[in-house]
Design a protein around this ligand. Sequence first.
Ligand code: PBG
Length: 328
Amino acid sequence: MGYPNVRLRRVRGNAILREMLGEHRLSARDLVQPLFVKEGISRPAPIPSMPGQFQWPVNGIAGEAKRLRALGVPAVILFGIPVKKDPTGKAASAANGSVQRAVKILKKACPDLLVITDVCLCEYTSHGHCGHVDGGKVLNDASVKALAQAALSHAESGADVVAPSDMMDGRVAAIRGLLDKKGFEDLPLISYSVKYASGFYAPFRDAAESAPRFGDRATYQMDPANASEALREAQTDLEEGADMLLVKPALGYGDIVCRIREKFSCPVGCYSVSGEYAMIKAAAERGWLDEKRMVLETHLSMKRAGASFIVTYWAGDLARWLSGKASR
Ligand code: PBG
């Protein structure tokens, strides 16, 4: 008897077979590009810790959106940066705020682009927390009311999907309730259900000018030690009416995506966050890693974990790299 009759390497040795038998594929259709829109600037401002990413003037956003759409990116998610911040983050629901204006511009210039809006207060509050604050404490229920108003203002501007990212309890029900009451019962909601208190968000806080001025976000974002708690977060958000869930960060949290998918079989996306971007960019700049190869590999691993969609700063690059090629 010759050794062994099972040789898993047989199919690996053939490039065509390997491509044909790939169990998971990346596609531009899966991708969402985050865009930062800032009031009061007239030119795109590069974000130093995120090379290749910019804060865009509200009026200058259409060109970038058209470029992304032409590359095959189907969706963007908008973050707004106001000129004036205050303790309750009023600008978050201003009818003529940065996100609200950008949505209108985008839906006109690029009607076939899906426009998702991030719903949070941290970019708008003077203290940088994702909710209202009293005596150093982040208040849950008052924040939820303000978040619902922000989501409504995005809907009224024409957003296709709203995505609350604040991690207050009960915000999905509050947003869903207000949207339904105002005639937006068909507007889908992505909940950032499982958002960990992560060191990977640091470059984003430069980009969105949203770092907390005191304390940290550990009283509302999840402890990276926990997985069962992630299932409870997912469950409550689904019960409150979330249509899709989002796990964040992506790298290092594939197990969470996988477990949510197995338990709830609902659409789950993941957000490849700013620190994941900065890490690979920095290593690539030094010639230590091959950027394209790393990005294809990390994003494929997100699909393998079960992500139906991926929010990523590489959406445009990935769409370009994947064009004319089925996958990987
Ligand atoms: C909070 C929010 C954060 C990100 C998206 N929405 C970060 C935070 O908690 O400060 C992070 C995204 C990234 O790092 O790319 N509204």
